[in-house]
Ligand binder design. Sequence first.
Ligand SMILES: C[S@@+](CC[C@H](N)C(=O)[O-])C[C@H]1O[C@@H](n2cnc3c(N)ncnc32)[C@H](O)[C@@H]1O
Ligand code: SF4
Length: 308
Amino acid sequence: METTESSYRMPFKEAAKALYDGRKRGAQVAYFIGGEITLHPDLPKIIAFAKKVDYPYIQVMSNALKLSDYGYTKTLIDAGANLFKISLHGYTAKIHDGLVGVPGAYAKIIKAFENIRELGAEITINYTLNKFNYKTIHKFTELITEKFKIEDFNIIFPHYTGMMKDNAQTLKVSVSQAEPYLRKMLDVLEKSKAKVENAILINFCPCNLPRATHLMTEWERPDADLKDEPMYHLEGYTERIYQMKEELRTKNKSCAKCVYDKRCMGFEKWYVDIFGAKEFKPVIKRVKPVNTRSTDSKIKEFKSMEVS
Ligand SMILES: C[S@@+](CC[C@H](N)C(=O)[O-])C[C@H]1O[C@@H](n2cnc3c(N)ncnc32)[C@H](O)[C@@H]1O
Ligand code: SF4
């Protein structure tokens, strides 16, 4: 269930039922997403229920403002949360605080990192590209891998829908604008001794950055190795992530010449509405992949139960 209405609070009973049903259907990951899920007063109780019904992975996605409070973070981890996905959109306080509109937010994230580490849970990061942070993506990568030793982070290319569409004139960045800085990011990763998970680039197509195809996820159709695992929603319906993504995408005629054509689902129609489709040019020959020290993604392809 997706809602950003601050007045909406999923009752404990409903969340517990959905978690129970999801686990019975084989879900291994309980995702707690938002809005901002830490504003839910029953979150510790709901997490404890997820733990009781034996989800191996219990992930909380958050802006980390409340996680800067050691006592609150301990409550969630004691209840069973073992993964925290934190939104950090800049390598400096100036960039991040400016983007989220909260002075001091960056400092709270750094404190949240300390709390989560000390309490023994894992940290992953979401970094959503936009006009204010795309030129420093390489610096962000350096900070995350070298200073904070975080292996799992997502660089999300914006989906031009919802608020992102409404604010596109202020925030928009095209794949061609981002490309030189993404190359710098790959240089950082290649030189670094840090290990990174093998699925860090979200909502990119191989033709945007062919040397990093192995670091991209959710661009290709599922095959025998990559199942279109279901995502169970609280209302009881189930979505197949890749099927849903493919329906939102399109291709150019010239894609037929691309070495990735059979596997690739194409690029988002929302992107085309703003920038057109001429930047997506076929990859005629495979190129040598950038040499990163990759580890396998732990949970990205599992069945999941999403609670928001
Ligand atoms: C459900 S949202 C926000 C959840 C939580 N309150 C937080 O701050 O992480 C999760 C992530 O999606 C990103 N996001 C939101 N809208 C997006 C869009 N249109 N395209 C790409 N990423 C987006 C946000 O930046 C955030 O990192
Ligand atoms: S098939 Fe088309 S969209 Fe996909 S990588 Fe090739 S050129 Fe890009």
